[in-house]
Design a protein around this ligand. Structure first.
Ligand code: BDR
Ligand code: CA
Length: 312
């Protein structure tokens, strides 16, 4: 079993990721923490409650995280992709509401790390603000994080929120730089380069919808999300779920160790993750970057389906 904490901004693909973690036989989900991001913090928190309630995981403590980035104000959310309610305009299909939050995200995560008898995997699938704050305020806990799995960045294919930046990193580049470059927790980065390849199509979503109430609610988000995130030919990415699969089943994705830097300037490259694939000049620090080359993309898609649909 993989002891797991998820920091998240639900978010349609976050909903897939949380469902995956709640249903995966090898995942020991110890806590979920909500951060601002796709929509505001109040909405991401409510959505996390909805998801835990729907998944019958009211036992999982929920923490409330940062409502804004470390330094600069939020200039753009992603309601165009995720809907105003963050769940594709069909948030009322997700419920009943799970329990009230147990406390602040940093306290909830600290509690898990302090009491776990083994290293915990932290999956960060929203802006990295909570993770940066945790590591800055409780550096003593860093060594208890066995691995940090981050959905974020775009190494070689351009961004989804600006020409070069991916949404999670762009939402708080200073926090992302802190976590990805300055801290030393072993990190796997799952960028758009991979998540734009592991997409799902209409047939996959229809089969998921037919699998039961959870699959039906997840697939119902496609009216809005499918429009906002479509990558042509009716294919949609479910970024965060891909990262969660790697967090639960390490080695599922092929990774390459790359030195990365994060641009925190206020210019057009703000929020870009730069990776030097030539391996010549030291840039920032080395993280494992998941890439399509060497990844069994169809296998990942099948695993996601089996788990989300509850196929034994
Ligand atoms: C990431 O940004 C968010 O919109 C998604 O939930 C995902 O975490 C993809 O760039
Ligand atoms: Ca997300």
């Amino acid at each position: 079993m993989t002891p797991l904490v998820i920091d998240t901004d639900p978010g349609v693909d976050d909903a897939y990721a949380i469902a995956l973690a709640a249903r995966h036989a090898a995942a020991d989900l110890r806590a979920v923490t909500a951060v601002f991001g796709n929509v505001d913090l109040a909405t991401t928190t409510t959505n996390a409650r909805r998801l835990l309630g729907m998944l019958g995981r009211g036992d999982v403590p929920l923490g409330v995280g940062a409502e804004r980035p470390l330094i600069h104000p939020v200039t753009q959310r992603a309601a165009d992709v995720h809907g105003d309610d963050g769940l594709g305009g069909v948030a009322d299909r997700f419920g009943p509401l799970g329990p009230e939050p147990a406390g602040r995200a940093l306290d909830v995560i600290a509690d898990v790390l302090e009491t776990a008898g083994e290293p915990v995997v932290l999956a960060a699938i929203g802006p990295l603000t909570d993770v940066a704050l945790l590591l800055a305020t409780r550096p003593d806990l860093a060594e208890r994080i066995g691995r940090l799995v981050v959905m974020g960045g775009s190494i070689g294919i351009g961004g989804n929120v600006s020409a070069g930046a991916e949404f999670n990193v762009w939402s708080d580049p200073e926090a992302a730089r802190r976590v990805l470059v300055e801290e030393r927790v072993p990190t796997t980065l799952v960028p758009l380069d991979l998540t734009h390849v592991v997409t799902v199509d209409r047939a996959w979503l229809e089969a998921l919808a037919a699998s039961g109430p959870v699959g039906e609610a997840l697939a119902a988000t496609r009216t809005v999300y499918g429009r906002g995130e479509a990558l042509g030919a009716d294919r949609v990415p479910i970024h965060d779920a891909v990262a969660l699969l790697e967090a639960i089943e390490p080695g599922t994705l092929a990774t390459v160790p790359l030195e990365v830097e994060v641009d925190t300037s206020l210019g057009p490259c703000r929020g870009m993750v730069l990776a030097d694939r030539r391996g010549r000049a030291p840039l920032g620090r080395t993280v494992d970057v998941a890439l399509p080359e060497g990844t069994d993309v169809d296998g990942v898609r099948r695993s996601l389906f089996r788990c989300l649909a509850g196929v034994p």
